[in-house]
Design a protein around this ligand. Structure first.
Ligand SMILES: Cc1ncc(COP(=O)(O)O)c(C=O)c1O
Length: 370
């Protein structure tokens, strides 16, 4: 064999496969495969993006200063400790590049978000999973899986694709059980959808770690409730030493100017955000109920998606359901790559989309397979 060889581990990466967006021969699909908000982006964010089209010549502000200030104002955070990225995927990748390397372990839950193992392998580290209980993060199992080689623990809260969450108290217990040299990353991509009293997006834990290990980071995204996924915009809230490290590692102009301006406008449109949350508060329980009526199980979820479990019976499997839904122009997410081959993850879409999907599932379960 000749030619350049990639570093060890790179060829072990199973490339990330995004949610399908098109079906052959279907002009208007119902895309419920990537958890974008049903209401779409704020019209103010779209207007800001369009206005930016007139100013494409110059480089953007490399530090995303105005955006960091806007995020800081909206969430009551110190902008100096915020880092913006090309999606929160970039923050995950930067953290892994900074704090893990060959011989190290990156720990996360059994059904954790697919970017954690990808970013671990990218730097030559070993992805390690801990078991869950009832498809939810189990702090004791995570702590039991820590070894002297563990460098980072990722917890998505709520988790994708399960939709489950752990309480703020449980997160605090996790952090208390980790040695100070281990970085705890709380991935709160779906935080805005959660309305549970015992939920925490991780912000208070980040602050609690300041000067006491400086070892907790919270990541957030504009891709989900803000529905700006196409722009690729995310951020992290860190203790200052971590923010300083990430600022050194990121690409010089990692966030485009249209994305920065749209993000600022989106943050300002509180009414749109509230409407998106209210929509989810109505249609998530409605859809879970409709799924239950078909005899299928919809796992409890605090995000804007539901994990639906299918029987193993021929003709009624998740794969068969996926094909049935596709035939009606509906695209759910297959989650076999998450170790859940008997499930489909379905995003909460518009009212019409949820009604059409519920009806399709009902027909799927009642029609006799040929
Ligand atoms: C749990 C979780 N974290 C992070 C992301 C990445 O989001 P983005 O890179 O679009 O900000 C996703 C996207 O699906 C997610 O589900």
């Amino acid at each position: 064999m000749s030619g350049p060889a990639p570093r060890p581990g790179i060829l072990d990466i199973a490339p990330y496969v995004g949610g399908k967006a098109a079906l052959p021969g279907v002009e208007r699909v119902i895309k419920l495969s990537s958890n974008e908000s049903a209401l779409g982006p704020s019209p103010r964010a779209v207007a800001a993006y369009e206005a930016a089209a007139g100013e494409l010549r110059d480089y953007p502000d490399g530090g995303s200063d105005d955006l960091r200030k806007a995020i800081g104002k909206r969430y009551g955070l110190d902008p100096e400790r915020i880092i913006c990225g090309n999606g929160s995927d970039e923050i995950i990748t930067l953290l892994t590049r900074a704090y893990a390397g060959p011989g190290d372990e990156v720990l996360y839950c059994e059904h954790g978000f697919a970017m954690y193992p990808i970013s671990a392998r990218t730097v030559g580290a070993e992805p390690v999973t801990a078991g869950e209980t009832n498809l939810a993060t189990d702090v004791d199992k995570l702590l039991a899986a820590v070894t002297p080689r563990t460098r980072i623990v990722f917890v998505a809260n709520p988790n994708n694709p399960t939709g489950s969450y752990v309480s703020g108290d449980e997160l605090a217990r996790l952090r208390a059980g980790l040695a100070e040299h281990i970085l705890l990353v709380i991935d709160a991509a779906y935080a805005e959808f959660v309305s549970k009293n015992d939920y925490s997006d991780g912000q208070t834990l980040v602050d609690a770690s300041v000067g006491a290990g400086d070892n907790v980071v919270m990541t957030r995204t504009f891709s989900k409730i803000f529905a700006l996924a196409a722009l690729r915009l995310g951020w992290g809230y860190c203790p200052q030493p971590v923010a300083d490290v990430l600022q050194r590692l990121r690409n010089p102009f990692n966030v485009t100017r249209p994305a920065q301006l749209a993000g600022i406008a989106a943050l300002d449109d509180v009414a749109h955000l509230d409407a998106a949350r209210e929509h989810n508060d109505i249609w998530l329980p409605w859809f879970r109920e409709a799924v239950a009526e078909t005899g299928l199980t919809a796992h409890p979820s605090v995000g804007n998606f539901v994990l639906v479990r299918f029987p193993e019976e021929a003709g009624k499997t998740a794969e068969a359901a996926n094909a049935f839904l596709n035939a009606r122009g509906i695209i759910p997410r297959m989650v076999a790559n998450y170790g859940l081959p008997d499930c489909l993850r379905i995003t909460i879409g518009t009212e019409a989309e949820m009604r059409a999907t519920a009806l399709a599932l009902k027909d799927f379960m009642t029609e006799t397979s040929s």
